[in-house]
Write a protein that binds this ligand. Sequence first.
Ligand code: XMP
Length: 506
Amino acid sequence: NVLILDFGSQYTQLIARRVRELNIFCEIYPYNNPPEDLSIFKAAILSGSPFSVRAEDAPHPDLSQIRGKMPLLAVCYGAQYLAHFSGGEVAPSNIREYGRANLSYIKRDEVFFEEVNIGSQVWMSHSDTIKALPENGVRLASTKDVENAAYKIEGETTYAIQFHPEVYHSTDGKQMLENFLVKIAEVPQSFTPNAFVEDIVAELKEKIGNDKVVLGLSGGVDSTVAAVLLNKAIGENLYCIFVNNGLLRKNEFDAVLHQYKDMGLNVKGVDASARFLDALAGLEDPEAKRKAIGRVFIEVFDDEAHLLTDVKWLGQGTIYPDVIESISVKGPSATIKSHHNVGGLPDFMKLQVVEPLRMLFKDEVRRVGKTLGIDDELLGRHPFPGPGLAIRILGDITPEKVSILQEVDAIFINGLKEHGLYDKVWQAGAILLPVNSVGVMGDERTYEKVVALRAVESTDGMTADWVHLPYEFLMKTSNEIINKVKGVNRVVYDISSKPPATIEWE
Ligand code: XMP
């Protein structure tokens, strides 16, 4: 296990992902709240930070249990911190040191830079520079503008680098992390999907024993993988509930319910479409729609959970980025979900929570899913928002609008699959606009709905760009939609990136 101490850098999660790619387990902790027992860690990495070490309110971690006690790699802010407080000097740099740079000097015979050559590209992002190395510091590398781009402390296994090895633009960054973690710190590379499954199943068995667990399936990757792991650990004692809110894709509820049953899950499908659509009737505001859906979901789930007896646990598909967010340097996110605020929690929310995926990143969840034999089609499914088509029908929702949008969406998504484009797109869907436009069909003038198609590429949904789908494909799709879906006479394609737009329209 490797400890990553976070100083609030935007890249901290990337460090963790690079380490995991080496099949090494690691955990991120905020610098001001590290775990008490550090004996389980074989090495530590200090992240970058938006702060200058010279600032009054900059993070001042207590490294007494880390430095000199285990191999340590300090990145960017970490490197400056070690220099500033151990006899070196950090000062504002004269030139802005952002973006690409190349290593113009590397001290040879250093394991840290094995298989890294002069000229290797590294990514800089800092406005302070290390003018003088700390006590016992030995320079290991320089770039044209940054003399102390890397150093080590003589007599310790402490290394410090000014650049960011975790970003792809640092071409040999992963090699350096491997040199540090594997060759220098000798951390075993044993964190594989198979090993994870074995460990977590044993842990779940031990933790849950003969208790019953209830879990809500959504059709998405996370809840599915969480359910399969729990099923492997406790079998029939896992009770899954899959709610149809009437806002899913066309045929999705039946198809996915079928898949779940084929996978051997003990799952109950609950069709609550009418309850959701009733609650949504007349609501136009996006947040009001989201709230209504969230509220009804909790009611439906609570009713179902009450039909089960003696349930002790609530299973959830929470993944690591959510966990990091909730313990981050900045503290738990200010936007506590609205249902936590209303007095009196529903009973199922008082259950103990079990989250088998809480240490995994999304791509790791997919790999674990593959190891478990879950269908590629299910694992490769695009993300789909909880409120479903409700936030893709702008304005108020009626059953007719839902059914129009389901047809349009199905033509678009099936088309992407048939043309081999589905897996090249991160997320796609159709949006029903609240305007009519004039058209002409045969000799008749029409005045019907407009739909927008949206397809984006992204890695995490935080930023996204529209996909340049082939004109040929767009042409065919538009024809098919207008010819087959009654009530639609115009199709437009959304060419906005996020930011400044968002992926969903509401
Ligand atoms: P935006 O529209 O914010 O979407 O760019 C980013 C990602 O989040 C999904 N999304 C939601 N997911 N409940 C969800 O479960 C929601 O209310 C919600 N709103 C947006 C969106 O589909 C995209 O993947």
